[in-house]
Design a protein around this ligand. Structure first.
Ligand SMILES: [Zn+2]
Length: 337
């Protein structure tokens, strides 16, 4: 099939025929934003995104007033899943991607062709994100973060149990467990899975504020307190990875640290990330799940993007799928697993 319009990647996906930007990394007049992780956002004049994404994006890119309002204002401004908006002679809609709360795949219907941009996707059920919707399309742009066969994640139940045991064992030994998890998505997922452990939880930095946005959007989560001051007895601390080595964390003593990411399946993950333990709880699809996602899309042309884009395109071609890499790298990639 001939792709009816050009697809470019230049700090964001660009569809020139529609002059439409998706996940642009530089400010644009109009951009569709799949979700609010730092490597998908910029300060745009107008954004098309879900309400959860809009709020977290306001927290990260907005003025002080907008940042304050992000946790307080009533919902209703963002686009609902499945709601259609017209753009020139195309129709756009957002569909759950399963990655973090409000994360979206973008469906563009244009001149009889259905194009889907996956954004970051997770196929496994999550406690704190809407389940991914499989969409059939003609052209698929799919993320390739874990697009190599060595990235196969263990069963989620086993990983979650191991994280809980790590916390309970540490507390029983009089040691504070410190879990490093990204502040949008992974942190809330870990908090939710720790509910059964019955331990008090302290959230560091932006993780606390983003969690308040989750609560405001109706996600039920165990209680937690912001960091600062004295830790309650037996507390678990959840911290964004960039706070590793900061003085507040360094002052927690004695402590045991754990890195929580899909990258934990790599050999030497503890050493590489300077932690005592590593647990492979991911908010992305693993290699097998990426293949399954592509297969279910029934796309006639696939473009891979980010991470191991060349490898995934090669693996798809071996399986008879017409695939090529759109862009092979992005900054921050290794931090967001
Ligand atoms: Zn992401």
């Amino acid at each position: 099939m001939q792709v009816p319009y050009e697809i470019r990647y230049r700090r964001g996906v660009h569809l020139p025929a529609l002059d439409l930007w998706i996940d642009a990394r530089a400010g644009r007049d109009l951009a569709v934003v799949s979700h609010a992780h730092g490597d998908h956002i910029a300060r745009h004049r107008r954004s098309i995104c879900t309400e959860a994404t809009r709020r977290v994006m306001a927290l990260r890119t907005g003025s002080r007033r907008r940042r304050r309002a992000a946790t307080a204002e009533p919902p209703g401004v963002g686009l609902a899943f499945g709601e259609e908006v017209e753009h020139r002679d195309a129709v756009l809609s957002l569909h759950p991607a399963g990655h973090v709360l409000g994360s979206s795949q973008v469906l563009v219907s244009h001149r009889g062709v259905r194009l889907v941009y996956s954004g970051d996707i997770k196929l496994r059920a999550a406690h704190t994100a809407e389940p991914l919707e499989h969409i059939e399309c003609d052209v698929l742009i799919v993320e390739a973060t874990f697009g190599r066969p060595q990235f196969r994640f263990p069963p989620t139940d086993a990983v979650v149990r191991a994280i809980s045991d790590f916390c309970l064992d540490s507390v029983a030994a009089g040691v504070t467990p410190v879990l490093f998890a990204y502040s949008l998505g992974k942190g809330q997922e870990v908090l939710s899975h720790l509910a059964g452990a019955g331990l008090p939880v302290v959230l560091c930095g932006s993780l606390f504020t983003v969690t308040e946005i989750y609560r405001a959007m109706g996600v039920r989560l165990p209680s937690a307190q912001p960091c600062g001051g004295t830790l309650p007895p037996g507390a678990v601390v959840i911290c964004p990875p960039h706070l590793r080595g900061r003085s507040w964390v360094e002052r927690i003593s004695p402590r045991r640290t754990a890195y929580i990411s899909g990258w934990a399946v790599e050999r030497g993950a503890c050493l590489r990330h300077g932690c005592d333990a590593a647990f492979a709880l991911s908010d992305h699809a693993d290699f097998d799940e990426l293949l399954r996602y592509v297969e279910r899309s029934r796309a006639q042309q696939v473009y891979t993007l980010f991470g191991f884009a060349e490898d995934l395109a090669h693996q798809l071609r071996r399986r008879g799928v017409r695939a090529e890499a759109l862009a092979a790298s992005r900054q921050l990639e290794l931090g967001l697993g």
